[in-house]
Design a binder for this molecule. Structure first.
Ligand SMILES: Cc1ncc(COP(=O)(O)O)c(C=O)c1O
Length: 447
């Protein structure tokens, strides 16, 4: 019996022994197409030779140097690269080792900014229901994933909560898209006013909602409206692009497609593509300047921030994305994936919605397309889809609780940017079969 506290204490998952390109191989020799990039991580697939070479070279040169003593050439180069490709004005970078750490750092940087500019009364964050920002206590507090929060809620800071931008479920039949967007923005402004706008530090949101809703993009104008409201009340806008960023939606940052620039933006997953644990906060100069002029420090830090091997891996991943034109490829292959999903599942009686951007797609499962009614959560349809997909040699990222933390099932797809058209065809084929097998099992139980 394994001594590891695995995610499920009920058993031990298959042992991964090798991985190359879009495939992971387990100890029995079974091969899995990685159609979710793990959890939207492996943007270049596995075993990319350029990334491995960069890591090996860095290990030989300098494997570690603590950031309270040194900076390193490679982390400086990575910061330069990220700033060069960041939205206008986001010209500072803080490195961490993953997504939750990035969110924690962003929350603290935002708070310290207001302390430094003489507004210490700002102590609150506002965020959305049905979002995920990480599992550490600060990130879990701003997150609105009810299932993940529930038992820890008494330990979490209070956060103002507003609706997600979830058109498929929440736009009323008699409402235009613009009217729906305006309703959400009015709700956000009302929440700011209710809490007292001068008590609010920041509004936190995933640009395209990942794990909790299943690749749900915003409606046109939503984030433009968010930006304007934050500006009106002097509130910082913090975009969480840990999952949807770094090329996943077809532009390096998903906010580029919204035409807005956040004050702080968290990135991770696709930054290092899984080759090393790394995340970062991209910060607007206007947020960092008062810290520089004031206390002269950002009062934060972890032992492994700015790790040189992680920086070398991330720099190589990002250089490959630029060199090989992979953002354009994500847009092209994303269109193919969307088309394949629509052809195969678009009229399926239990597929309510197919959505997403680039190589970040979600499929929502319903009992009835017209009413959008959901399956009984006790049936755990999402878990069955994952298991049947694994049987077919396919890794996908299904989740339950799409609507309210309990009801609703969706499947998230986030294949590597290097996936070929024939690999995308195999993904959709295996997924369709896994969904049908899971549905047959659920219907047998319900009968
Ligand atoms: C949007 C978002 N933010 C934060 C996180 C937390 O990242 P990590 O698991 O690397 O701590 C995740 C992880 O899925 C995420 O999707």
């Amino acid at each position: 019996m394994s001594k590891i506290i695995h995610r499920s204490l009920a058993g031990t998952p298959p042992v991964a022994v090798a991985a190359q390109g879009v495939e992971v191989v387990d100890a029995t020799g079974r091969r899995y197409i990685d159609a979710s990039g793990g959890a939207a991580v492996s943007c270049l697939g596995h075993g990319h030779p350029d990334v491995l070479a960069a890591m090996h070279a860095q290990i030989d040169r300098l494997a570690y140097a603590h950031t309270s003593f040194f900076t390193t050439e490679v982390s400086e180069q990575l910061a330069d690269h990220l700033v060069q490709h960041a939205p206008e004005g986001m010209d500072q970078v803080y490195f961490v080792s993953g997504g939750s750490e990035a969110v924690e750092a962003a929350l603290k940087m935002a708070r310290q900014y207001f302390v430094e500019i003489g507004q210490p009364q700002r102590t609150l964050f506002v965020a959305r229901r049905q979002s995920y920002h990480g599992n550490t206590l600060g990130a879990l507090a701003v997150g609105g994933n009810e299932w993940r929060r529930k038992q820890f809620a008494p330990l979490l800071m209070d956060v103002g909560r507003v609706s997600p931008c979830f058109e498929y479920r929440d736009r009323r039949a008699d409402e235009s898209q613009d009217a729906y967007t305006a309703r959400l923005l009015a709700e956000l402004e009302a929440k700011f006013i209710e809490l007292g706008p001068d008590r609010i530090i920041g509004f936190v949101a995933e640009t395209v909602v990942g794990a909790t809703l299943g690749a749900v993009p915003p409606t046109p104008g939503y984030f433009g409206g968010v930006r304007a409201l934050c500006d009106r009340y002097g509130i910082l806008f913090i975009a969480d692009e840990v999952m949807c960023g770094m090329g996943r939606t077809g532009t390096l940052h998903a906010v580029e497609q919204e035409g807005v620039v956040p004050d702080l933006m968290t990135i991770a997953k696709g930054l290092g593509g899984g080759y090393q644990p790394i995340g970062a906060v991209l910060a607007a100069g206007k947020v960092v300047e008062p810290l520089r002029r004031g206390s002269g420090i950002f009062q934060h830090g972890h032992t492994y921030i700015g790790h040189p091997v992680a920086a070398a891996a991330a720099l190589a991943v990002q250089q490959v994305i630029q060199r090989d034109g992979l953002l354009a490829q994500v847009r092209k292959r994303g269109a193919v994936l969307a088309q394949l999903l629509r052809e195969r599942l678009g009229t399926h009686p239990n597929v309510g919605d197919i959505r997403g951007r680039g190589l970040f797609m979600g499929v929502e499962l319903v009992t009835d397309r017209a009413t959008k009614a959901t399956f009984d959560p006790a049936l755990r349809l999402h878990a069955l889809v994952k298991a049947r997909a694994m049987d077919q040699g396919l890794m996908v990222y299904p989740m339950g609780g799409t609507i309210d933390g309990r009801h609703g099932d969706h499947v998230l797809l986030a294949p590597p940017f290097i996936a070929s058209v024939s690999e995308l065809e195999q993904i959709v084929d295996r997924l369709a079969r896994a969904i049908d097998e899971a549905l047959r099992a659920v219907k047998r139980v319900a009968a």
